[in-house]
Design a protein around this ligand. Structure first.
Ligand SMILES: [Fe+2]
Length: 258
C-alpha cells in the first residue's frame, strides 16, 4: 500500500459509473466490465508506483489519473452504445470534459488537477508528446502502462480459442485462424506499435497486443508482462508461419530490454 487514502475518489467513480448503467442486461454487463477495468488499472498503477519508487506527488497524480482514466467510457457508452472511438467520440477528451463538468477532481490542488487531466487526455493517444514536462509525463506513463497491463489480461481471456466472442470487446474483428495482415506484421517486425486501423482479424488483434511491449515505459511493467507470460500465450495462438516466428523473436527480445 502507498498509504494514500483513495476511498473517496474510488466511491465517486463507482457512483458516477452506476448512474450510467442501462436497464439492458448486455449493456449493463459491458459497462460493469469497464468499471472493473478502471479499478484494476488503479491497482496496476499502485504496483508500478511502488516498484518504481515514485515520489508522493507523482504517486498521488498517477493513482487519481489511473482511477479516472476511462471515466469518459460511461457517457460514451450511454450515448453511443459502443466503446469504439472511431464510431463515436474520443473517450480521453470526453473523460476530461466529464471530470471538469462533474467536479470529480475538486479535492485536488490546481497542479495535481492539471497533471491528472493531462494523463487522462493522453492515455489513449498513439504517442505522448516528446516535450511533455515530468509532472505531466510521469503520471501519463504510469496510466498508459497500467492500462495496457490490464487490457492484456482482459483481451487474452477473450482471444483464447473457444472463448465466447464478444464483438464489443474484440471490435467486431473476424476469427480467421490462418490469417495475419502483412501490413501489421511488417510494422511489428520494424519495432513499431501496431496500427488499429490495419487490423482485420482476431490474429491481427493478437499481433497488435504483442507490439505493445515497444510502448511500455517502466521496467516494472515489462516485468509484469514477463511474469504473467502474456506474450507467449498470444504468440502460441498465432499460425505457425515464418513471419510469425520472426515476430516472436522480435517482441520477446524487446521484452527483455530492461
Ligand atoms: Fe481508455
Amino acid at each position: 500500500m502507498t498509504g494514500m487514502d483513495m476511498e473517496a475518489p474510488v466511491l465517486a467513480l463507482v457512483g458516477f459509473a452506476r448512474e450510467h448503467f442501462s436497464p439492458d442486461a448486455q449493456d449493463r454487463a459491458n459497462m460493469a466490465l469497464k468499471l472493473d477495468h478502471c479499478l484494476r488499472v488503479f491497482q496496476e498503477a499502485e504496483t508500478i508506483t511502488i516498484r518504481e519508487g515514485l515520489q508522493p506527488d507523482a504517486t498521488r497524480r498517477s493513482l487519481w489519473a489511473a482511477l479516472f482514466h476511462d471515466v469518459g467510457r460511461f457517457p460514451q457508452y450511454a450515448t453511443h452504445k459502443t466503446f469504439d472511438d472511431r464510431k463515436s467520440t474520443d473517450h480521453g477528451s470526453l473523460g476530461v470534459r466529464t471530470l471538469k463538468r462533474r467536479g470529480l477532481l475538486a479535492a485536488l490542488d490546481e497542479h495535481d488537477r492539471k497533471a491528472v487531466l493531462a494523463a487522462v487526455i493522453l492515455h489513449n493517444k498513439r504517442f505522448l508528446p516528446p516535450d511533455l514536462p515530468d509532472w505531466a509525463a510521469v503520471p501519463a506513463r504510469v496510466v498508459r502502462d497500467a492500462d495496457k497491463l490490464d487490457i492484456f489480461q482482459v483481451m487474452i481471456e477473450h482471444l483464447r480459442p473457444g472463448a465466447r466472442n464478444n464483438p464489443v470487446v474484440t471490435l467486431g474483428l473476424h476469427d480467421e485462424p490462418a490469417v495475419c495482415t502483412d501490413a501489421l506484421v511488417e510494422q511489428i517486425l520494424a519495432g513499431k506499435l501496431g496500427d488499429y486501423a490495419r487490423m482485420r482479424t482476431l490474429n491481427d488483434f493478437r499481433l497488435l497486443l504483442c507490439s505493445w511491449v515497444y510502448d511500455l515505459n517502466f521496467p516494472a511493467s515489462r516485468q509484469a508482462v514477463e511474469e504473467r507470460g502474456h506474450l507467449n500465450e498470444l504468440l502460441d495462438d498465432l499460425p505457425d508461419l515464418q513471419k510469425i516466428r520472426r515476430v516472436r523473436e522480435t517482441v520477446l527480445s524487446a521484452l527483455e530490454r530492461k
